[in-house]
Each structure stands twice: as C-alpha cells, then as structure tokens.
Design a protein around this ligand. Structure first.
Ligand code: GAP
Length: 536
C-alpha cells in the first residue's frame, strides 16, 4: 500500500477485486450462494493453475526423490476407519437454540465479568431474575473472592480480548455495578464448566440460556456408493489427500523404482463440512490440497529431515513472491500433539484477519502405514539391504492448501498507489504485485493506436508469437493509461506497446514494468529472454 498502515477494510477490497476482475465468485451465486463454496473465474483458474504448476515443477519434476500420484476422491470406507477419521475427525460444535447459529467451540470465547467491591444484593437478584447469574454461583464465587456478575462472549478475531473487555464494561454499566472491573480472562467454550454454559450469552442474541454444551461433530461429508442407501454403501468425500499416498505406498514402491528416502506428492480436492467456514477462501468446505508424504528410514534423523522440510517449504513460499515479513513459524506444543506425532510446525502467514496457518509440516512416525497394515492385513514394510531387516518407514508430511496460498498471494500482492494519467496528473491505481511465475497474464501487448494497420498488425503478430509459450493478452481499447491500469489490477508484470518507432525505425517497442511503472525500449529477443528468465 502507499500508506504505511493497510486500510482496515483491506479484506473487503481484496474480495471486491477478486469478484470484479473474475478471480473468485461465490458458488451458485444466482441461487443466493452456498456457504463455504467458491468458484474460480477466468483469471482465478489461471492463478490457481500457476500455483499448482509451480509446486508440482519444484516439488516433483525438479527433484529426483519425489514421485506423483492421483488417487481417487472417494476411497474404501475402511481407509477412513484405519486412519482414525471416522472416530476422531471432529470439531467441537456449540448450537445456539434461539438463533439456530452454530459455532466451533474453540472459536467462541467467553469471560467472566469480575468487579471488585461490595456485592449489591439487589443487583444480584436482578441478574438472577434475568438468567445472567445463579444465586448459588454468585455466592460460591464471592466466597472465593471472585465477585463474578455474569459472562460476556465474543467470536475469535484479532480483537477478541478487547471485545470481551468492552462488553464486560458495558455489562457493568448496564447493571449499574459499582467497583473496579478486573481485566477479562478469555477462555474458549471447550473450557466452560457445565454450570457456566447456561450463563454465557450467545453471540447471535446477546442473551444467555441458548448455547448448548460442546459436542463432537464429524467433518467428513458422507455419500453412498452404488444404488443402495444403507450403511453398507456409506462412504466419504476425502477430507485430505494424504491417505491416498499411504494406501498406495506399496504400489509405488513395487513399481516406481524409488529408494528411501523418497516422497509421494499429490494435488487434489478435499472436502470438510466445516462448522464455520470463513474469511473468504481461507476456510472453505471444498478446497484443494498439495500434500507430500516423505518416507524415511526408521533410524533416520527425523528431526533434521523435519527441519529441512520446514525450510524448503518456507523458501518455496518466498520463491513465489510471499514477503518474508509475513511468514512465521508455530511449533505445536508437545501436550497438544497426537500420541504418535513427533512434532508439527506450521508456517503461518499474516493475513489481514490475523496470523493464521498456511502450511503444516508434521513428523508422523510410522503411524499411518502401520494403521493401514493392521486394518488391511497387507504388510507395509520395506527390506533394508544393509541390516537385512524389514521395517515400516517413518514419514514427514508437508501439507498445504492451494486456496490458502492463493489468498496469501492476493493479500500480499494487493496495493494501492498513484500513477500519472495521460496528462501527467496523478490518479489512484490498484495493483496486484504478483510474482511473474504466478501472474495469470504474463505480458500484455498494445498497439499505440488502434486505427493504424501497421501498428495493429505488428502488435497482433507479436501477441500470437508470445501466446504459443506464455499467457498473453491483446488490448487496443482506450488510452494507454487505462490499458495499463486494467493490467495492473490483475497483476500483469509487463506491458509492451507497439508504436511508430517500432514499425518505422528499429523494431524496438516500449516495455513497461508494473511495479516501477518505468518504460524502456527493447527488442523482441530481449522480451523473450526476460520471460524465459522470470517465468519458470
Ligand atoms: N494431511 C494433513 C492435513 O490435511 P491439515 O492441517 O488439516 O493437515 C493441511 O490441512 C492444509 O490444508 C492446511 O495447512 C491448509 O493450508 C489447508 N486446509 C485445511 N483445511 C482447509 C479448509 N477448510 N479450507 C481451505 N484450506 C484448508
């Protein structure tokens, strides 16, 4: 942005641009949309494909130790039993009975309103009569020197704590409670005690009494395979692509000429019935994953390998243009890891709505392969020539969402600055500073004016030649300034203009750079050399 601080409505501006320029539309929009589903428009599919292609080229084609796979989306239901998804792929769900809204319990926060001072029995009686407090709890808390008057709640956001503090202050004023309000201590609904739940206000209504205790909600979409609609035909849309790599592990080993350490990579759709899809495409119900299972010897230094993968993934994100300042690492605390997990580190990205997980890199031991060996009865071992022993390989799993990368790229690339118009007057411009590797259009070709055949002929000729290798765009409508603005807004790194000098003199044309807005004259060969260097 031209200003030091990004605008508070940055996310709205990005969503508006994505819609206006055909990157992303709400799914089934003419029917009112479907929450958690999105469509990628003409420029969106190009951007998404470029992300996938960069990942695939760098991850699979340019490495000798990784092979690809495309497994089916619907797999045998036993896959999901063995992997633990049927029993445990759940999120804690809280219902509001009054509004029919649903919340993820770990995203719904509450805090007690604690006010030091004399406890006015009249106020307590009032609160009890309105359901905001119970006499028993009020007395119990007071005796523990915790003069609690009720609870406030807020949904997870960058401002959760401030919002709870503001609401506690409003609560105190509303009920004319005298004394000093203590700073709030936020907890999420998974930590609420049963006797507290009826007193916590629903974020939808602001009133207590309608929230249910959290219950486990399985996020897998169910479907039926074949004509019968009974339990024997029940299966699932995959919630991750990873299981395909474990289930096909032996097939790849037996046919792929692979030797440890090696990886199997897959890109594909995954589906999760998220309780609260939100933040545009950040958390949706249908999304795309790029996952890798990197198999290592059971005695290998997993920690070293894990660290190498974290750094590799971080470097890859930098290579597609994400700024280092927006990336950070988050190591999951040991006590929150699954029993088999050796460690998980997330690469976090600073989105306009907060710092959030972009890429998870997990060291999963040999849990997954062992589970499938147990459940299917098919061995998943590898023979070690050196020790003459069989063992089940361990795995490092870097897993990232294409849509989350795309959103990060849009957020980091979006900028507003000023550019001179035809008469040199500065006007506002919106620009997407996308890496040339990702930009949906790499180069736009303009004839200076459209009614001079010599210019349009040469421009079209260059455009057709470019198009054989690169995504190019031809535009002759409107003044040059407007044509530049249109390309800036969709992230086209370069525009070339064919003018009279091109056709009458030395064949050179102007190359205009999106970010510096500087122009220089170049020959066709230089343009191709530039594209060859930057677009790979
Ligand atoms: N196999 C491991 C696995 O699936 P995960 O952390 O649940 O791990 C991996 O998902 C990545 O997939 C996340 O880091 C994120 O980038 C992406 N992802 C997960 N759920 C998503 C959702 N509902 N919408 C968009 N992307 C999602």
């Amino acid at each position: 942005m031209s200003t030091a601080e990004p605008p508070t409505d940055l996310m709205e501006r990005i969503v508006a641009l994505a819609k206006r320029r055909g990157f992303i539309f709400p799914s089934s929009e003419i029917y009112g949309g479907l929450n958690g589903f999105f469509d990628y428009g003409p420029l969106g599919v190009e951007l998404k494909k470029n992300i996938r292609d960069c990942w695939w080229n760098d991850m699979v084609r340019r490495r000798d130790d990784i092979v690809g796979l495309e497994s089916s989306i619907i797999m045998h239901p036993k896959v999901w039993e063995a992997s633990g998804h049927v029993a445990g792929f759940t999120d804690p769900l809280v219902d509001c009975k009054a509004s029919k809204q649903r919340y993820r319990a770990d995203q719904l926060f509450f805090a007690a309103v604690v006010v030091d001072g004399d406890n006015d029995p009249q106020i307590v009686a009032n609160l009890v009569s309105k359901g905001a407090l119970t006499q028993t709890l009020a007395e119990a808390w007071r005796s523990q020197n915790m003069p609690i008057y009720g609870f406030v709640s807020a949904l997870e956001s960058e401002r959760t704590k401030d919002e709870l503090q503001d609401k506690a202050d409003q609560f105190k004023r509303k009920w004319s409670i005298k004394g000093m309000l203590r700073p709030v201590k936020a907890s999420d609904m998974t930590e609420a005690k049963p006797e507290e739940i009826p007193l916590i206000p629903s974020p939808a209504t602001g009133e207590p009494g309608s929230l249910t205790p959290p219950r486990a909600f399985n996020m897998m979409f169910e479907t039926y395979v074949g004509a019968l609609r009974d339990d024997s035909a029940k299966s699932y849309l995959r919630p991750e692509t990873a299981q395909g790599m474990f289930v096909d592990f032996k097939n790849v080993v037996d046919t792929g000429r692979v030797k440890l350490p090696f990886g199997i990579a897959q890109i594909g759709k995954s589906f999760r019935n998220e309780i609260t899809p939100r933040n545009f495409i950040f958390r949706s119900r249908e999304f795309e994953q790029m996952e890798m299972e990197y198999f290592i010897h059971e005695d290998a230094d997993w920690d070293k390998c894990h660290k190498e993968w974290i750094e590799w993934c971080r470097q890859w994100l930098l290579s597609i243009g994400l700024p280092e300042s927006h990336l950070s690492l988050y190591a999951h605390p040991k006590e929150k890891l699954a029993f088999y997990s050796k460690g998980t580190v997330d690469i976090m990205f600073k989105y306009p709505f907060g710092v959030q997980e972009l890429w998870g890199i997990a060291a999963r031991g040999n849990y997954d392969l062992s589970q499938h060996a147990k459940a299917s009865g098919k061995p998943m071992e590898i023979f070690d020539e050196a020790t003459k022993k069989k063992f089940v390989p361990h795995v490092i799993e870097p897993a990232v969402g294409v849509d989350r990368i795309l959103l990060a790229v849009l957020c980091a690339g979006y900028a507003e600055d000023e550019a001179p118009d035809e008469k040199g007057k500065l006007e506002k411009r919106t620009v997407l500073r996308l890496s040339p590797r990702l930009a949906p259009v790499k180069v736009a070709v303009f004839p200076l004016i459209k009614n001079k055949e010599a210019l349009t002929k040469r421009a079209e000729e260059l455009y057709l030649k470019l198009k054989r290798k690169y995504a190019a765009f031809y535009d002759e409508a409107g003044n040059i300034g407007k044509r530049y603005r249109r390309q800036d807004e969709i992230g086209t790194p370069w525009c070339v203009t064919i003018d009279f000098e091109t056709v009458e003199k030395d064949g050179t044309f102007t190359l205009r750079d999106r970010d510096t807005m500087q122009q220089r004259r170049i020959h066709e060969a230089e343009l191709f050399a530039l594209l060859e260097e930057k677009v790979y």
